[in-house]
Design a binder for this molecule. Structure first.
Ligand SMILES: [Zn+2]
Length: 88
């Protein structure tokens, strides 16, 4: 499934996101599945979703959630690399 830019915008509005803003875990969980799916499609992360990337770099619990989403909808091949990327 492709997420159109319009849908991404809607998603951002849904959780009240703007750029340069940190999100909390609730907001993170609201978009984590879509975020994982974006990565699985091999497309670059939309600017609006960069905050999710930032969040994952900080919160281990959400990295686990992200990993779970990735396992649900995609192959294992790149997940470990991504988890490591988000681990500091
Ligand atoms: Zn979180």
């Amino acid at each position: 499934m492709d997420l159109a830019t319009k849908e991404i915008d809607g998603l951002m509005r849904l959780i009240g996101l703007t750029k340069e803003q940190e999100i909390d875990c609730g907001q993170c969980h609201a978009v984590i599945a879509e975020f994982a799916e974006q990565q699985l499609t091999g497309r670059s992360i939309p600017d609006g979703l960069k905050v999710v990337e930032d969040h994952l770099s900080i919160y281990a619990a959400c990295r686990e959630e992200y990993g779970y989403c990735r396992r649900q909808c995609g192959p294992w091949t790149t997940i470990d690399a991504n988890i490591q990327k988000y681990s500091r």
